[in-house]
Design a binder for this molecule. Structure first.
Ligand code: 13P
Ligand code: SF4
Length: 326
């Protein structure tokens, strides 16, 4: 996508800067949470690296005074909703999400009104305003479980990711009404590329994130959240994988399985279209400045916090009951 600019640090950061970040975090009783799509250096600095569900759980249960969220805006917003008394910082306030942006709250309100009698399940990649209109939130690691928590004949809206919603419809036999949204990073991973890679690498298993389009998912040997994909590569016997998701996850895959090979889709080294430009807006330097100056801070209206909190807590309860999180 030409509209997005990726700012990758080409050189490794100054080790002194990394030490300064750790020292500041200790002095200020701050926790650094990082998503798997962050640059490798930030993942290595973080106190906790995880997928969206694990990060929400950490944000809601931490004893730290400050949460520095190395991720994107909706993630930091979720952290603020779950820990309203804490200071939540995002290294770059412009780190948004094309999927969350594909669901403007006003249009979504009209969509709900056009489907009376439907319960609303929203993927966590949405704004706080959309969360306030939802009955329950889900992530890619618990989406099926959340959908299964509704009676089979319950009328459901699933938003904003049509790919994840379509995938859940296909494995549950439901006919949830889908909001027409998608993540530009996952949506552009093509089945043609995947088929080519599978032909070139017949011994490699294809693992895919459910934000990918249906034709890509239909070719996959394993479909799951970033954490589930990582876990799969640790326990599965294969030595080579074609990975259909954002490239940041490869860092942890290589760390936990150094003898294995990971081929990203697309494998063309001249193209970085599997990089999320929003996730990559955070840099080590911005992380340092954000912790030092305690800005940019996530601030939300109290009523929005209260209304958005209920569907997130419901998701956490269901996930805890199923032992998906502690
Ligand atoms: P998970 O962390 O739930 O796998 O989601 C991936 C994602 O798109 C985050 O933006
Ligand atoms: Fe949003 Fe896609 Fe980036 Fe995740 S990878 S933050 S869904 S744009």
């Amino acid at each position: 996508m030409e509209d997005f600019i990726i700012s990758h640090p080409d050189k490794p950061s100054d080790p002194e800067l990394i030490l300064k970040i750790k020292e500041l975090a200790r002095k200020k009783n701050a926790i650094i949470l990082a998503h798997y799509y962050q640059v490798a250096e930030i993942q290595d600095i973080a106190d906790f690296v995880g997928d969206s569900l694990q990060l929400s759980q950490q944000a809601g249960s931490t004893n730290a005074d400050i949460i520095v969220f190395a991720g994107v805006h909706f993630m930091a917003e979720t952290a603020k909703i779950l820990s309203p008394g804490k200071k939540v910082l995002l290294p770059d306030l412009e780190a948004g999400c094309s999927l969350a942006d594909s669901c403007p709250p006003e249009a979504f309100k009209r969509f709900i009104e056009a489907h009376p009698g439907h319960k609303v399940i929203s993927y966590i990649n949405c704004s706080a305003a959309v969360k306030t209109m939802s009955d329950v939130i889900c992530t890619s690691s618990n989406a099926k479980m959340i959908v299964d928590s509704f009676k089979v004949d319950e009328k459901l809206i699933f938003a904003p990711d049509k790919n994840l919603g379509g995938y859940i419809n296909s494995i549950t036999g439901r006919t949830m009404v889908l909001w027409d949204g998608s993540c530009h990073v996952h949506n552009q991973l093509s089945d043609e590329k995947v088929i080519k890679l599978k032909i070139e690498n017949p011994d490699a298993k294809l693992i895919a994130h459910p934000e990918c389009r249906g034709p890509v998912l239909a070719l996959a040997d394993f479909i799951g959240s970033t954490a589930a994909m990582l876990e799969f590569t640790k326990t599965d016997k294969s030595l080579r994988y074609i990975v259909a998701t954002e490239g940041g996850i490869i860092h942890q895959m290589k760390k936990s399985s150094p003898a294995k090979e990971f081929i990203v889709v697309p494998s063309d080294e001249t193209c970085s279209c599997n990089d999320c430009p929003f996730m990559k807006m955070n840099t080590v330097q911005k992380l340092y400045e954000c912790l030092k100056n305690e800005t940019p801070e996530i601030l939300l209206d109290q009523q929005v916090i209260e209304n958005a909190r209920k569907p997130i807590l419901k998701m956490l309860e269901i996930s805890k009951a199923a032992n998906l999180i502690k």
